[in-house]
Design a protein around this ligand. Structure first.
Ligand SMILES: C[S@@+](CC[C@H](N)C(=O)[O-])C[C@H]1O[C@@H](n2cnc3c(N)ncnc32)[C@H](O)[C@@H]1O
Length: 214
């Protein structure tokens, strides 16, 4: 089996080119429309003030920022191919979106810069989620809000074991995506207080929608 290409760009960022192109293609099909669109609307619509979006991917959240409550958005994304798609969506966004190539583990922002941080389907893929969430906490203002949609580790033993078995494959094929991450636990361990949470359970791939406060 030939492995999907993972390249390192001259500035040290990793690019999962095949996955990024596949993600863009599937973004245009019915699954995104039927399922993710409403969740994005709900979660991204809560962002306000100076907003940081983590791992913006191809920019699917940009359309849902509210120009009445959001001053501007800084969006970070390490993958060059994802960034090229995100640039197009940033131009069509209802608010100003500034794109920066950077990983969440090393955010190029001063302490306490943002009122809201948005992360959707990101922390499954981040190399060091604990460090990334500590960085998110550092750049949030006191009382600032972390808004997340993530797919997470299943509660049942059978489902979570299956996830762990599948994870080497999803990491390889889907841009380092881990199906077995307990992201909610990492959010709590980083010192956030979870203010609102909703579990969406689909056996092997449960989702959590949460709002956490610094
Ligand atoms: C499944 S995509 C989700 C993209 C987008 N957030 C969305 O909701 O459609 C996961 C994204 O996380 C990004 N990512 C992976 N590691 C990251 C890191 N260390 N810091 C920030 N983003 C990262 C990937 O490049 C990819 O764009």
């Amino acid at each position: 089996m030939s492995l999907p290409p993972k390249t390192t760009t001259p500035n040290g960022h990793t690019s999962h080119r095949l996955f990024a192109n596949y993600y863009e293609r599937t973004s245009r099909n019915g699954g995104e429309e039927r399922f993710m669109k409403l969740l994005r609307q709900e979660v991204v619509g809560q962002a306000h003030g100076h907003v940081l979006e983590i791992g913006a991917g191809n920019g699917l959240n940009f359309a849902f920022y509210q120009s009445t409550t959001v001053e501007h958005v800084e969006a970070i994304e390490p993958d060059s191919v994802m960034l090229s798609y995100a640039r197009t969506r940033a131009q069509a966004a209802p608010v100003q979106v500034n794109l920066i190539q950077a990983p969440v583990e090393k955010l190029p922002f001063a302490d306490e810069s943002f009122e809201s941080v948005v992360a959707t389907l990101v922390f499954c893929s981040v190399g060091d989620p604990q460090r990334g969430l500590s960085e998110v906490r550092r750049v949030l203002k006191p009382g600032g809000t972390l808004l997340m949609i993530e797919h997470v580790r299943a509660h049942g033993t059978i489902a979570s074991t299956m996830q762990t078995i599948i994870t080497p494959l999803t990491r390889l094929m889907a841009g380092n995506c881990h199906w077995n991450r307990d992201t909610e636990k990492t959010v709590l361990e980083t010192g956030f207080k979870i203010e609102q949470k909703r579990n969406l359970t689909w056996s092997m791939l449960p989702f959590v929608v949460l709002r956490a406060i610094k």
